[in-house]
Design a protein. Structure first.
Ligand code: BYC
Length: 333
């Protein structure tokens, strides 16, 4: 499948250097003209790898991201909150599926990607390795985690790779609902009893810094940003998006009457931005190494879910064999 993209790679037999350089130049010109690259188009092998890496990590994040919130479905304090939370968690599962499908257009299988995740060989967002200790954490996740996700993902709707960009359009619409339900939950707590306000403040204090880390290492330490931006996969650097998030979120916290858990936070009139204290990159690296508060628990939960779902996959395969007429038409994008 998609062999055109896989066969004609740098150094492939028959493609001499000059021809290869010309191809790469034509590819970059298409990107510079803001043309979408589609699965059957020629693309450099490194571009394909960059996309598989990012889209797979993104898909895994959505699936693992169901766990911290799923933890509270049975304990949601009202029917309305339960319905909203179930819908949100289901949306995250759906996002994972669109993203695995987008990755598959690049020549990998969903099964292989999931195997890497379960083997502990794949990354997913650091944020999902923190625990959800109180109901206010559900509000904080919607407000901060989905808020950060939107800030990062809106530019991905203009990503140069067509299937990823198109998947992001719907995902962003749903994330917007997720962010608003989280903020509304926080507002309810902030306007509630003293105990509810304290719970909201505590959740904010625990999620603020991990949310800032979601944007990835500082630009000085980001490995992939420069090339990713040349290929218009990323449109903004990690620090640029982090700053946009901080500037948007601080006034929202003020409106909630919550104090920012950062004594060094200040408005910088010269740059017209809020400035935060330093981020603890040691903590970020520990989480990426697998030593965050919940890394082991998250992978164990995914493995258990995968094993428990074996009969569903077997049933789907048996059904497909019995009813080939229902097989989806071969299509890309
Ligand atoms: N966590 O060179 P860099 C959601 C890794 S889910 C873990 O800057 P890049 C939601 C990075 O992968 C939202 N790892 O990389 C779901 C790289 O490692 P490798 C998830 C991180 O790719 C449920 C290394 O550090 N969103 O919305 O240019 C409920 C160097 O980084 C992280 C996406 O996935 C991290 N935070 O930039 C609620 C968005 N940050 O691969 C909400 C799509 C960095 O070299 N992804 N690393 O081993 C992106 O936009 C980019 O991949 C990133 C990183 C900005 C995350």
């Amino acid at each position: 499948m998609y062999t055109q993209a896989l066969d004609a790679q740098p150094g492939a037999a028959g493609a001499d250097d000059a021809e290869q350089q010309a191809r790469l130049a034509r590819f970059q010109e298409r990107i510079d003209r803001d043309e979408k690259i589609e699965p059957t188009d020629w693309m450099p092998e490194q571009y394909r790898h960059m996309l598989i890496r990012q889209i797979a990590q993104h898909a895994h994040s959505e699936i693992v991201g169901m766990l911290p919130e799923g933890n509270w479905i049975t304990r949601a304090p009202s029917l309305r909150r339960k319905v909203v939370l179930i819908a949100k968690v289901q949306d995250e599962g759906g996002h994972g599926l669109y993203l695995y499908s987008a990755a598959e257009t690049l020549g990998v299988t969903r099964a292989a990607l999931i195997e890497q995740l379960l083997a502990g060989q794949a990354r997913y967002s650091s944020i999902f390795n923190y625990p959800t200790l109180t109901w206010a954490d559900i509000g904080a996740i919607g407000w901060l985690v989905d808020g950060a996700a939107i800030m990062n993902q809106i530019p991905l709707c203009r990503c140069s790779y067509g299937p990823y960009a198109r998947a992001m359009v719907r995902i962003c619409k749903e994330e917007s609902f997720h962010q608003r339900q989280g903020y509304e939950l926080m507002l309810t707590l902030a306007r509630g009893s003293a105990a509810q306000r304290a719970m909201a403040q505590d959740a904010f204090a625990r999620w603020w810094r991990p949310a800032l880390m979601m944007f990835g290492p500082s630009d000085a330490h980001s490995v992939h940003t420069a090339q990713s931006m040349r290929w218009k996969i990323k449109r903004f650097s990690n620090d640029e998006l982090r700053q946009k998030f901080i500037d948007a979120t601080v006034p929202q916290a003020h409106f909630l009457g919550l104090s920012i858990p950062d004594p060094e936070l200040r408005w910088d009139a010269a740059s017209q931005h809020f400035q935060t204290g330093p981020i603890d990159w040691g903590e970020f690296e520990a989480v990426l190494r697998g030593d965050g508060p919940c890394n082991r628990e998250r992978l164990a939960a995914r493995r258990e879910a995968h094993e428990a779902g074996a009969w569903v996959r077997a049933a789907a395969v048996a059904y497909a064999e019995k009813h080939p007429e229902h097989a989806p038409a071969a299509s890309v994008g």
